[in-house]
Design a protein around this ligand. Sequence first.
Ligand SMILES: *[C@@H]1O[C@H](CO)[C@@H](O)[C@H](O)[C@H]1NC(C)=O
Ligand SMILES: *[C@@H]1O[C@H](CO)[C@@H](O)[C@H](O)[C@H]1NC(C)=O
Length: 257
Amino acid sequence: MFFQPIVAAIAALTLASPAVSTQTFLNTGTTSGWSSQNIENKGSIQQVTNVVYRNSSTALKFTQVYDSSWTGRFHSEKAETKVWKLGDQGFYGFAFRLQEDWQATPAQSYNIAQFIADFSDTNCDDWMPSSMVWVIGDQLATRVKQGSICNQGLKEWKGLKTVTPGEWHTIVIQANWQSDDSGFYKMWYDGEKVVNATGLPTMIDDDRAFDFHVGIYANAWHDQHGMKGTQGTREIWVDNVAFGTTFADADPTRVQG
Ligand SMILES: *[C@@H]1O[C@H](CO)[C@@H](O)[C@H](O)[C@H]1NC(C)=O
Ligand SMILES: *[C@@H]1O[C@H](CO)[C@@H](O)[C@H](O)[C@H]1NC(C)=O
């Protein structure tokens, strides 16, 4: 008699909580603990203690410097390899801060984070980013890649929120990486859901593993063959990078350290 409600309660609990909490990556603003890094030309990455997110004891400071004589790209990024592949699902979070006097340039974007993999074997692309998070002007943007490596489609979300320089902000992405209409892509900014896209492809039809890169990638300086505005030194701080199977695992506000 009395066991029936218990069985029902257990059944309801099982249905309501499909994801077991597992944190798969954590970096609380240290230069160690990453798979690799990419620092080009005059860029730099420093572990600092003077500007940190909340209670963190350290943060990472990423700098890139415009140089008109440099024909390469402008990355300063930390990387974690093989974070997800087609068919996976997960949460990916970090805290970031633009320098206090960050100059908003509406015609040029600055990437903060990207998922990327090497496709040079395909003869259609080399290192191809799928989803990215960037600022353009004072606005936050993100995207997913669709289609195939030789026929890439894009879905972008721009003008999501105003990013205040000199203040810490948080990003959490939840994605179900699918190349058909069964995918979803959700993004929270400072705890508020700003993208809620369901029933769409969120990835190209390739099952190789994608890496996660975070920091600053001043892509427009290379892609547009020059710098707009007058701020040739760009700084972004990053802290509490975390991935996992639940929101809490990846939530930068919950990470201590
Ligand atoms: C910061 O640290 C204090 C003392 O350990 C703790 O009580 C508080 O919850 C922490 N706050 C955050 C946001 O982590
Ligand atoms: C997100 O999208 C789903 C599916 O369309 C919908 O059920 C849900 O209410 C949406 N949530 C928010 C916060 O907009």
